[in-house]
Design a protein around this ligand. Sequence first.
Ligand SMILES: [Zn+2]
Length: 470
Amino acid sequence: MDIYLTNSLTRTKEKFVPFDFAQGKPIEVGMYTCGMTVYDYAHIGHGRKYVTDDILKRVLTAGDYKVKHVQNVTDVGHLVSDADEGEDKLEKGATKQGKTVWEVAEFFTKNFYESMDKLNIIRPDVICKATDHIKEQIDLVQKLMDKGFAYDTPEAVYFDISKFPKYGEAFGQKLEDKKIAVRSDVQTGEHKRNPADFALWFKRIGRFENHTMHWDSPWGDGFPGWHIECSAMSMEYLGDQFDIHTGGEDHISIHHPNEIAQSEAATGKHPFVKYWLHTAFLMVDGKKMSKSLENFYTVEDVEKKGFDPLALRYLYLGAHYRDPLNFTWDSLQAAQSALVKIKNQISNFKNTDRTILSAEKSEKVDKFRNEFLEAVNDDLNTPKALAVLWEMLKSNVPSGDKYDLAMGFDEILGLKLSEIPKSKQQIPDNIQILIDEREKMRKEGKFEEADKLRDQIKIAGFDVSDKSLK
Ligand SMILES: [Zn+2]
């Protein structure tokens, strides 16, 4: 079955045809994902982005592709603004926490992958740190210098966008929109020829005089800019041209056009990447997530409130990755109830004998399988895929076959549907309140109220059994 993906380059849904379309052997798909800048905790917005990549990888694998997934870890050079302004995020984080930059990077890298594990995200095949690939980055900058796409100044080596006329066209943007308004209160490169030129190598002078992480280079002591690491490392592991590059929608304006410009200028090959996929933002209570608004939540925060991180994954899958998603604690509650309900049903099916299917029923099994695959292959339409799962569970397909179908679906959904809900652990606080309240009503002889509460609990996906009151 063909896979269709919305390519941000063309802004249309296209049939996925990888570069390597050799017949008769597994086709290896190269996939690169911009990873974390490891100076702070991963939040539930990151979770959404990386769950999208995980679904994409699982869909490709189910489509018989062999995926080589590479993800970077940004541990140097990412400034507070993506457009070369402000301090290095890592150095700032280290100062704030009274630790070394290396300690900060190690701590948050570990935290990031542990959080992603909780969301059942399959780890990338290659995890590469920017600081482990300084040589590759210097070599790439040198190549750009040799070809006349970069220039040296007293404060930095810059990419010269005027030498790459296609710059700015990527993702349907206008160059004019990209020119940053140079404010007097921000520190930016004074020797930039064009405000949209971007740093490839920062020198350890001026505002970066005391930068802790620094290396020797042909242009003096310093450190690489953020954008160059993704070009250097993706090409190192996947070649000059590869199939898929993913990231958050915040990368469309600066980071990804810069990656394209650097890579294509260096290799002379077009396109650098065939398909670009971008995940939309996660909002919290209708607002952009930020620490100052106190609506910044991590996967651990979700767990501390008694939720299963996979309920969060279910919540993500309920929206298409290109649509904005608004997180609320109520919506997470609803997601958890739905997931528990599904798992409860499936655990009852597990040991059911497989019925010998009638022609009509086997047709139904095939229909559900096809509908599910059609949904996920159609630009990762997970809301539709979940709807197929629910419809299948409600259908008259024999329960043993429902179990098998659900397990097949779960290879892509990644919700661990075969897990039997651990009753106590999976009862969320607000359900427990209802259970306690019902118990109280029963003791007081208010059986009508108690029954109403039982119905409410049942709707949320839980069954309560009565103990004797004596
Ligand atoms: Zn990147």
